[in-house]
Each structure stands twice: as structure tokens, then as C-alpha cells.
Design a protein around this ligand. Structure first.
Ligand code: ARG
Length: 468
């Protein structure tokens, strides 16, 4: 039995139509939000005098029973349930009897589904924020315990200048902080109730959209009913936020893959977060990191898919909009799993700080320090750059160790040789936000403060209570 049987008499819909247009298989996930939406709507109808207090009571009791059946898993979806809204209304009517026929007064599935999905997205963004902060906390903990450990910083994948390991880890952390900020902005914009917009134009009944908006915990109600039922900007925005977050996780994943190669050897995965090969007995693979990288493609696909769906739609509701849900649900799920898996991987991995230091201690890594030392002596930087470049070239061509040439050079000498000693270079990055111990100590503090205030923005406990 459909919700629109009247217009169609006794004719039955075709199996193909049902199979192609149903959304229950994925929108069942909105059931808790659909029930919340119906509760607010029923109370609103009571306030408007469209339902008696007894009717309100009967419908609320039926909704609670449906909620319980869903939670217990005893709710049975019927073959004819086209979507979650149909299923809930059908069951409410089975439980409450005739009064169930009044539930949909002044409401359309168009404003209902828009309300449900906003409620869902608002909550899900909070869960993603929790996952991000969890990973950021791991990065912070690892950065704090990394102390003075350093590794080569790279540009063009060539060793450039040494950086503290803590600095490198926090670089990923700050990108994630911007992701949180975007989630907060998206959440603020989507915090609008569409309920009361009806199918597209509002209602002749004395509904109070402001009241139901407050009842549902939204910051306000829609301004335009056509916009309210057709707007999926918030889904696109959420998908963008998740795609960019996924891109950041992909970059982290890529570095984990690189660092755990024998060639780099900077990082060793804990067995619990590594995988083996079915054929090659010696293998230990970073599949989590690779999938974190691979999922970014899927997340970007969800964003471009939805934008493409939206771009040609005239006002107001069109069934195309049903295509918003699967990408949204999948993006939320994939990102959440990536965050959890990467958090575990990063929390348990071992850093080989000796391998990092020996890669960073190549004498040429301090070339910029030599040039800056000459600048302090008064030499123009361009000239200093040329001088040091020539000494490096000479060292490589004649295979003479750089310190020897530096010691013998009339403009450099013994004092400059000290700059080439292991571990010295990174200590010379002293400017704010730089890679040396001074600015990094400051950065650890400011990063922790950002985590605390972001947790607060999303109403999360910080630091999170220990799991288990
Ligand atoms: N399953 C539909 C969706 O997700 C619900 C709204 C249906 N509205 C309609 N006019 N057929 O978009």
C-alpha cells in the first residue's frame, strides 16, 4: 500500500518501478531522525488544535513503540514500504489505529525528508569531529614524546632541511584542525528546519514552523518553502568537507606508506595494524594507510556525483534528490573508519629515530645554514648561496667530505664546520612556526589549546575519557 493510492485506484505499481525507486534499503538509517521529526510535528499539530491531546498522546505512544521496535530489531519492514517515512507511518497506523491517518497532516515527505537528513547530518558531523580530534590527539601525544627527534624535511621529495619529528606530525594535525573548522561552519549553515514547508508551498493549516524548529533543536526555520524542500547545499558542503578531510588522510597515508618502506625505514607498524601477503612470507604491508589514500578517490567521487545531480534541477523537490543519501552515508562511514584505523596505526607505530637522524645528518642538509651564517657575516644572500653551492658541487665531484672543504675555505673555516655537525641544523630553526625546538615547544601548547576549544565547540569531552 503506497501513501498515494487514492489517485491510482486499484492499479498496482510494477515490480520494476518499486525496485528502481525504493529508498528504504538505505534510508532506514534515518529512522531515528524520522521519528524525532514526527514527534515534533505531532506536538505542533496539537498546539495548532489540529489534534486533540488524546490524539497527540496516542500518536506519541505509537512513535515510541516504533522507536523501541527499531532499536530491538523487532520492527518488520513490509514489502510495500517504499521508504522509511512510509514504513514508520504504516506501523504507527497499525499500532494507533485510525488516528495514524492524521500523522501526515500539513506535512509532505518533501519537508520531512529534508528535515530528517539535516538532523542526521548535524549529528554525523559531530561524530566525525570526534574522530578527527581522536586522531589529532594521537598526533599530539606522539609529537610530545618525540622530543628532540628530527628527520629530513623534503621538498620535491629531495632532502631539504632537517625538521623536528614533532613538527612534521603536527603539520598533519593543523590540516585536520582546519577540517574541524569547516565541519563547524557547515553545521552552522545547515542548522535550519525545513519542517512546515509542506510539499513546496507551505500550508493552509495554522502550523508554526518556528515552534517545531525549536522543538527539533534547530537554530531557526526556513525562509522560503521552495528553497527548504529543494536545498541540498548542506549535503554537498558536508561531502566537500569529507572529501578534503579524506584528502588530508590520504596524504598522511601516503607518508606512512613511504616511511614504512625498507628504503626509508622511518616507521615500523605494529602487527595489529599491518597486513601480510598471501604469497610472500616476508611481507608486512601498510594496507590501512593505502586504503586511507585510496578512499579519497571515492570521497571526491561522492562530491562530484552529488553536484552533478543537483546542477540541472528546477525548483522544487525532484526525485533526483533521493540520490543525496547513499553518498552522504557512505562518506561519513568511510571517513569514520579511516580516522579510527589511522588513529590506532599512529598510536602504535614505532618511529626509528636513528634512521631519521642519519638521513637528516647528511652534511648537505646544512647547506642553507652555511649560507645564512655567511649572511650574518655581511655577505649578500645570493652570493652566499652561490659560494656554498660551489663548495657542495666540488665536494660531490671530487668526493671530498664537505666539512674538509668548509674548514679549508677562506670565507668559511672552523666555526662554519660546527654547523655541519649532527643535530645542529634543526636547532637553528628558531623563527615562530619554524621546525626547531623553540617554536615547536610553543606550537605543542597552541595545538593542545585548539584541540580543547574544538572539542568544546562540538560538545565533546576533552581530553576524551579513556576507551573501554
Ligand atoms: N525517498 C524520498 C527521498 O529520499 C522521500 C521523498 C519522496 N517525495 C516524493 N515526492 N516522492 O527523496
Amino acid at each position: 500500500m503506497t501513501l498515494w493510492q487514492g489517485r491510482f485506484g486499484n492499479s498496482n505499481q510494477s515490480a520494476e518501478l518499486f525496485a528502481f525507486t525504493e529508498s528504504l534499503s538505505f534510508d532506514k538509517r534515518l529512522a531515528p531522525d524520522d521519528i524525532a521529526c514526527s514527534r515534533a510535528h505531532v506536538r505542533g499539530l496539537g498546539r495548532a488544535g489540529l489534534l486533540s491531546q488524546d490524539e497527540v498522546g496516542a500518536l506519541l505512544a505509537a512513535l515510541s513503540q516504533v522507536e523501541q521496535e527499531l532499536a530491538e530489531g523487532s520492527f518488520t519492514f513490509q514489502p510495500g514500504d517504499e521508504d522509511v517515512h512510509t514504513a514508520v507511518e504504516r506501523r504507527v497506523t497499525e499500532i494507533a489505529g485510525e488516528v495514524g491517518g492524521r500523522l501526515h497532516t500539513g506535512r509532505s515527505r518533501n519537508d520531512q525528508v529534508a528535515t530528517d537528513i539535516r538532523l542526521f547530518t548535524k549529528r554525523a558531523l559531530g561524530e566525525v569531529a570526534r574522530g578527527i580530534i581522536g586522531l589529532q590527539q594521537v598526533l599530539l601525544d606522539r609529537a610530545e614524546e618525540a622530543g628532540d627527534a628530527y628527520l629530513p624535511g623534503y621538498t620535491h621529495m629531495q632532502r631539504a632541511q632537517p625538521v623536528l619529528l614533532a613538527h612534521h606530525l603536527l603539520a598533519h594535525g593543523w590540516a585536520l584542525a582546519r577540517d574541524i573548522d569547516r565541519l563547524a561552519a557547515t553545521r552552522r549553515r545547515l542548522d535550519v528546519s525545513p519542517l512546515g514547508a509542506g510539499a513546496l508551498a507551505g500550508s493552509s493549516l495554522p502550523l508554526d514552523p518556528d515552534w517545531v524548529a525549536r522543538e527539533l533543536g534547530f537554530a531557526g526555520r526556513f525562509d522560503n518553502s521552495l528553497d527548504a524542500v529543494s536545498d541540498r547545499d548542506f549535503v554537498a558542503e558536508a561531502l566537500f568537507d569529507l572529501a578534503l578531510l579524506g584528502t588530508h588522510l590520504s596524504r598522511l597515508g601516503e607518508e606512512i606508506v613511504l616511511w614504512s618502506t625498507e628504503e626509508f625505514g622511518f616507521l615500523h607498524l605494529d602487527d595489529a595494524y599491518a597486513t601480510g601477503s598471501s604469497m610472500l612470507p616476508q611481507k608486512k604491508n601498510a594496507d590501512i594507510a593505502e586504503l586511507a589514500r585510496g578512499k579519497a578517490g571515492r570521497l571526491i567521487g561522492h562530491l562530484t556525483g552529488l553536484l552533478t545531480t543537483l546542477k540541472g534541477l528546477p525548483l522544487a523537490y525532484n526525485r533526483d534528490l533521493q540520490e543525496d543519501k547513499e553518498p552522504l552515508f557512505d562518506a561519513m562511514d568511510q571517513v569514520q573508519r579511516s580516522l579510527d584505523a589511522l588513529s590506532g596505526l599512529m598510536a602504535t607505530a614505532t618511529f626509528d629515530t636513528e634512521a631519521m637522524a642519519s638521513a637528516a645528518d647528511a652534511h648537505t642538509s646544512a647547506a642553507t645554514d652555511l649560507a645564512e651564517w655567511l649572511v650574518r657575516k655581511g655577505m649578500p644572500f645570493r652570493q652566499a648561496h652561490g659560494l656554498v653551492g660551489a663548495v657542495v658541487r666540488d665536494s660531490l665531484q671530487r668526493r671530498v667530505p664537505l666539512p674538509e672543504l668548509v674548514a679549508a675555505h677562506p670565507s668559511l673555516g672552523a666555526e662554519a664546520v660546527h654547523l655541519l655537525e649532527a643535530g645542529v641544523s634543526v636547532t637553528r630553526r628558531t623563527t615562530p612556526g619554524g621546525a626547531g625546538p623553540g617554536p615547536v615547544t610553543e606550537q605543542l601548547r597552541s595545538f593542545a589549546a585548539v584541540l580543547r576549544s574544538d572539542a568544546e565547540r562540538f560538545g565533546l569531552e576533552y581530553p576524551a575519557a579513556a576507551a573501554g
